[in-house]
Design a protein around this ligand. Structure first.
Ligand code: WTA
Length: 701
């Protein structure tokens, strides 16, 4: 794999070419009012976190936490590149997010849950109540025989029971693995198998877009899938959306399925001492897509991870304990783990948790919630911003809320959408941090420090404090800033939030993130191990980065990472399908959406029925988010003479771009046939360069 990537040629994009669709933007300054109250106002911060001061500068991050036993070594590199942070320390994440706040903030809300149905009241959960509920659940989990190091999979919606279960696991050192609630039962099952979980925690139902979804049905599929793959699940713990009542139609399986609320009766008022765990014990797994069809479980540590998300929540999101903070992401993704649960709670924040769809029942919903709850920090993804802008461009004006700070995450944001966010949502007062990072990195990599560095629409900013990015070309040479050339963005140094490994696959960890630019696999010096993020980027002369998108075969759909190989394998589960190729297509709202090309087996007639079943297969194997925008049945795939499918050609067709020279293909004629099928007889080629991630799509094999 790593070898193949080496062969790949990076397109050299000149600044002029990029400017065709994205020109240099002017700076926006934070207001004096924001600066006066910001947690991080010390302009020397970047100097304090310079590479010369690495790794000791990160002691300040560890100081955000309460330790049972102090650590001895800041960074242990003896098993490079498997970094160990704050070694020798003993700590507990649940204690740091709950217990230590009781004295001062016991009566303050830790979470405010907002149900999707507007007639249902908000539910505020104080730190004191959170403490009680986390303890009772921890006692229950311990009662089931679960202990430190065991894995438990969750398939939970956006309800307070999700962070409660996370924190109960963390209290005991159980490694939690939350699978995004919108993923299918099958997707959950394969993740159960990979993590080796024997317990699945789920909920009977939840509200989504006005409907009460039967979610328990997915648990049955997940358990069956895991079993087929060789992993038995002994117990399914089912939370009830309405405690005491079963809101799903799918029957409970006797002896396997239990209502958590029934089991909890035995544990009322029980307390569980938070276990003093080693710093480098694993806290959770978060599965994410990569180049191959098999999702990888990013394993995150207790101390390094928690220190990193605590410090960045304080300095970048600017969370103070008296703020009302709302991140509209889903806890099922890394953003929710780091910046709804662990980071905010480590700072004694009040974190708002919204169950449903941002535009339900209308595009004014988020602003009504913000007004009612007095939200002053808001965090969301470009897809939601585009959607809210399209459906209700003037809605924010109707509501009397005031944000001091706003964040965007998950995808590049176009300057136009950025400006709407700034002008309309932020009412020209809130600062914006465009935070670039990924599942693997635990927390922010690229962002401005909001009171210190100005904002620039479309650029995330420079590296976060202590993060030292570098852009390498294919030969490993540094691409200088201001050159206008794109390359592979890497981080020169380790940082506390970096994942520890891919669960159960050390080799894949080294190959995926380090092999390409490491020159000495035996080196114990961190300087020899730049971390390859998997994104293409350019750095402007001012040092700000513009992230162009994934360089692997991952499609970022509405901020969610989907592996094209996973989608293609889902298509191949339909027996009539002989070959499948998936390509990313630009989409006004979702950023990118997948389009599918299939060739059917000899003797099979192309039909709408096959197309429908391909769509259904994607929903079943992955989830509704993987639903292709179009499925085209083609007479043959465009192929090289050696038989490789030219996904790049298909991507050009789907994105209405010139396919380039195809005369060297084995079957050049088919290209025009496919083009007519997709675009019609008239040539509808658009002008302007393709975005980097699409232009380079399909080069990694
Ligand atoms: C993309 C989400 C541009 C990027 C936290 C990355 C971004 C992938 C930004 C990770 C941003 C994330 N600007 N692109 N501010 N933030 N990305 O693992 O391509 O779900 O590699 O983590 O999202 O997605 P993931």
């Amino acid at each position: 794999m790593a070898k193949a990537i080496e062969k790949q040629e990076l397109t050299e994009v000149s600044e002029a070419q990029i400017a065709v669709h994205w020109k240099e933007e002017d700076y926006y300054q934070p207001s004096e009012k924001f600066k006066a109250q910001a947690n991080m106002r010390d302009a020397r911060i970047l100097e304090k976190f310079s590479l010369e001061r690495f790794p000791d500068c990160f002691k300040e991050y560890a100081d955000q936490l309460t330790w049972f036993e102090p650590y001895r070594t800041v960074l242990d590199t003896s098993d490079a590149p498997f970094w160990k942070w704050f070694v020798g320390g003993k700590i507990n994440a649940s204690y740091n997010c709950v217990d230590r706040h009781l004295a001062k903030y016991g009566n303050k809300a830790a979470f405010i849950f907002v149900p999707e149905p507007e007639k249902e009241p908000d539910v505020a959960i104080s730190y004191q109540e959170l403490y009680a509920r986390v303890n009772e659940l921890a006692a229950l989990l311990r009662g089931l025989g679960l202990k430190a190091g065991d894995r438990v999979t969750f398939h939970m919606p956006m309800v307070p029971e999700l962070p409660i279960t996370m924190l109960a696991c963390a209290r005991l050192g159980i490694i939690h693995s939350q699978v995004f609630g919108g993923f299918s039962g099958q997707a959950c099952g394969s993740r159960i198998q990979d993590s080796g979980s024997r317990v699945l925690v789920t909920m009977d139902s939840y509200w989504r877009n006005g409907a009460l979804v039967d979610h328990k049905a997915n648990a049955d599929i997940a358990v069956r899938t895991a079993k087929e793959l060789g992993q038995d699940v002994d117990k399914v713990l089912v939370w009830q959306r309405y405690p005491g009542k079963y809101s799903a139609k799918t029957p409970m399986v006797p002896g396997r399925d239990f209502f958590v609320n029934d089991l909890l009766k035995e544990y009322q008022g029980k307390k569980v001492e938070p276990v003093a765990l080693p710093s480098e014990g694993p806290l959770f797994l978060m599965y994410s897509s990569g180049t191959t069809g098999k999702p990888k479980g990013a394993q995150h540590s207790i101390a390094g991870y928690l220190a990193y998300v605590a410090a960045t929540s304080k300095w970048i999101l600017d969370i103070h304990p008296d703020d009302i903070y709302w991140c509209m992401a889903d806890i099922g993704w890394i953003t929710g783990h780091s910046y709804i649960v662990y980071g905010p709670l480590a700072n004694a924040a009040t974190s708002v948790l919204y169950e449903g769809v941002p535009t339900f029942p209308d595009a004014g919903r988020p602003w009504r919630i913000a007004e009612r709850l007095g939200v002053n920090i808001f965090h969301t993804a470009p897809t939601a911003i585009r959607m809210l802008r399209k459906l209700g461009p003037q809605e924010p004006r109707k509501y009397n809320y005031q944000f001091k700070s706003m964040t965007t995450v998950g995808e590049p944001i176009e300057p136009e959408a950025w400006r709407w966010y700034y002008d309309e949502v932020g009412k020209r007062e809130a600062v914006i941090t465009d935070t670039w990072w990924m599942t693997e990195t635990g927390g922010f990599l690229g962002t401005t420090v909001p009171a210190i560095q100005p904002m620039k629409p479309g650029s995330c900013g420079p590296g976060a404090p202590g993060i030292h990015p570098v852009i390498y070309d294919e030969t490993g040479a540094e691409v200088p800033k201001g050159s206008g050339r794109a390359g592979n963005i890497c981080i020169r140094n380790p940082w506390p939030g970096i994942m520890q490994t891919i669960w159960g696959d050390r080799d894949r960890y080294v190959k995926t993130y380090f092999a390409k630019y490491n020159k000495n696999p035996r080196s114990k010096d961190w300087r020899d191990w730049p971390f390859m993020c998997g994104d293409g980027a350019v750095q402007a002369a001012d040092g700000y980065y513009r992230v162009l998108g994934r360089i692997d075969d991952v499609i970022n759909v509405a901020g969610h990472r989907l592996g094209t190989k996973e989608i293609e394998s889902a298509c191949l589960t339909v027996p009539e399908v002989a070959e499948a190729a998936v390509v990313p297509v630009q989409d006004e709202l979702k950023g990118r959406v997948p389009e599918v090309y299939i060739a059917v087996k000899p003797g099979v007639q192309p039909s709408q029925d096959v197309i429908d079943r391909v769509i259904k297969a994607n929903e079943e194997v992955i989830g509704k988010i993987a639903r292709p925008k179009h499925v085209y049945i083609v007479p043959d795939m465009p192929k090289t003479r050696s038989g490789k499918i030219m996904r790049r050609v298909l991507a050009a067709i789907s994105n209405r771009r010139d396919v380039g020279d195809v005369t060297t293909l084995a079957n050049p004629d088919v290209v025009e046939q496919i083009r007519t099928m997709v675009q019609g007889k008239e040539t509808v080629t658009k002008q302007g360069a393709l975005p980097e991630d699409i232009a380079k799509f399909g080069e990694v094999e």
